[in-house]
Write a protein that binds this ligand. Structure first.
Ligand SMILES: NC(=O)c1ccc[n+]([C@@H]2O[C@H](COP(=O)([O-])OP(=O)(O)OC[C@H]3O[C@@H](n4cnc5c(N)ncnc54)[C@H](OP(=O)(O)O)[C@@H]3O)[C@@H](O)[C@H]2O)c1
Length: 231
């Protein structure tokens, strides 16, 4: 049993992580809303990752696991993107994560075996049109993962899961018709898009001592999209 902080655990992938972990850990969920959490055994902290709020005082002395879930999928032609669009994506994906990690790093260092999990996109590895803003931000997350993994080894482990499309509200505009779902499934060698539970299982492993020899890794969880060519 450890103290696990899930930033963005009220919906989507974060919510699946909270459901999976709340029976076996003390789970703290920091997000802007909490409606979905009422039946789960977790402590809710009202928090906006775009603000300067510090959640430190609402957390125990030591934190064993941190997952940062807020993110974006703003796909637009490069020419139509303004500097502000890039900054917005950078703020929620990168600066938000940096502020949370900075605020709890001393608590992570107190833990016997602390682990941090961040999220990236498959578009950083394989390059996809219209992804320039989000993939710039997520490439920064991958760099941050490796840099912090080196800086805080051996005390705190940092790993990053690089995702393709997962059925959540964030991806809804790409999966809101049967035709879109079918086409998205066909693009993946494993013939399906991701399910939030698929991601939660890997996060559970990365937070646990079973992954104690793993740090600084960018792990593809993408239905085979980034590494297989089947036709
Ligand atoms: N879904 C995909 O297809 C996909 C693909 C590639 C990468 N990813 C990455 O995977 C991660 C999780 O994605 P998801 O699909 O689960 O996203 P999601 O469905 O949008 O859920 C995001 C979670 O973060 C919270 N959140 C959003 N903005 C916040 C803010 N300003 N402050 C505090 N909490 C905030 C939300 O809760 P509140 O609204 O209650 O605050 C929610 O709990 C993201 O980093 C995303 O970029 C997802």
């Amino acid at each position: 049993m450890g103290n696990i902080l899930i930033v963005g655990g009220s919906r989507g992938i974060g919510y699946s992580i909270v459901k999976l972990l709340s029976d076996k850990h003390n789970v703290f969920v920091a997000s802007r809303t909490s409606e979905n959490l009422s039946n789960l055994d977790c402590k809710y902290i009202n928090f906006d990752a775009l603000s300067d709020e510090n959640i430190n005082s609402q957390l125990p002395e030591s934190i064993d696991g941190l997952v940062y879930c807020p993110g974006s999928i703003n796909l637009k032609p490069f020419k139509s993107l303004k500097a502000e669009d890039f900054l917005n994506d950078f703020n929620i994906n990168v600066i938000g994560a940096i502020k949370v990690i900075q605020s709890v790093i001393d608590k992570l260092r107190i833990s016997e075996s602390a682990s941090v999990v961040l999220f990236s996109t498959v578009a950083v590895k394989i390059g996809m049109p219209f992804h320039s803003s989000v993939s710039s931000a997520k490439a920064a997350i991958e760099g941050l993962t490796k840099s912090l993994a080196a800086e805080y080894a051996p005390k705190v482990r940092f790993n990053c899961i690089s995702l393709s499309l997962v059925k959540t509200e964030l991806a809804d505009k790409f999966l809101n018709t049967d035709l879109k779902i079918e086409k998205a499934e066909q693009r993946h060698p494993l013939n399906s898009v991701g399910n939030a539970n698929d991601i939660a299982f890997l996060v559970d492993y990365l937070l646990s001592k079973k992954s104690k020899w793993m740090s600084g890794q960018i792990i593809g969880l993408d239905g085979g999209l980034s590494s297989l060519k089947t036709n």
